[in-house]
Ligand binder design. Structure first.
Ligand SMILES: Nc1ncnc2c1ncn2[C@@H]1O[C@H](COP(=O)(O)OP(=O)(O)OP(=O)(O)O)[C@@H](O)[C@H]1O
Ligand SMILES: O=C(O)C1=C[C@@H](O)[C@@H](O)[C@H](O)C1
Ligand SMILES: [Mg+2]
Length: 183
């Protein structure tokens, strides 16, 4: 997409919305490189995300997340799938704003089925899944809404459909911005 001019795309959104899955497809479509901050952290630490939370705690995980995000900012032509909680830190926003922040918005009540059997996300391990997700949503909604582009999806939309919608919405947002800058 010529309009992008190499700007990085940062995918944000709740756990399970499809940042990793859709991000890979987007990168392929745009001929961009794909990175996933969770995967980079796990590789660098040589530990799963769940093990990092268990042995070093969430705060240390958040430090690693900020570090990885900061390093990725040095590059262009990237699609970066962030972690669900990346939007919580102000410092992370200074990195996210190097590119275009794209929010994948899937209603929380639709995420439960997708995440029911998941054991890789430490914040969802204990307690009732629906109320956990609802609590996180209440804390995080105000951050996700700061994104440059919102892509609404239902769980019935395939990852390919969501990726195509994301490209459309990004194009619309860039064109609107160009129009505003000219006027
Ligand atoms: N559009 C979709 N249709 C069907 N299944 C999907 C879709 N998007 C994601 N999934 C599935 O939902 C699960 C969660 O997706 P994914 O790991 O991409 O979410 P995420 O947003 O990256 O979550 P996290 O914030 O925890 O990294 C995976 O099993 C994935 O295969
Ligand atoms: O929403 C969150 O806080 C998280 C989401 C995942 O992507 C991982 O970054 C980790 O499990 C924490
Ligand atoms: Mg992910």
């Amino acid at each position: 997409m010529d309009l992008l001019r190499g700007a990085n795309l940062y995918l944000v959104g709740m756990m399970g919305v499809g940042k990793t899955t859709v991000g890979r497809i987007l990168a392929k479509e745009l001929k961009y490189h794909f990175f996933d901050t969770d995967l980079v952290i796990a590789q660098v630490a040589n530990q799963s995300i769940a093990d990092i939370f268990a042995t070093q705690g969430e705060e240390e995980f958040r430090e690693l997340e900020t570090k990885v995000l900061g390093q990725l900012c040095a590059y262009t032509n990237l699609v970066v799938a962030t972690g669900g909680g990346t939007i919580l830190r102000l410092t992370n926003w200074s990195y996210l704003h190097h590119g275009i922040v794209v929010w994948l918005d899937v209603p929380v009540d639709q995420l439960c089925d997708r995440l029911r059997d998941d054991i890789t996300r430490p914040l969802l391990r204990e307690g009732d899944l629906k109320s956990k997700l609802e609590t996180l949503w209440k804390e995080r909604e105000r951050f996700y809404t700061q994104a440059d582009v919102r892509v609404c999806a239902n769980v019935s939309d395939s990852p390919e459909v969501v990726a195509a919608r994301a490209i459309e919405e990004i194009q619309k947002a860039i064109k609107a911005k160009i129009g505003n800058d000219v006027n």
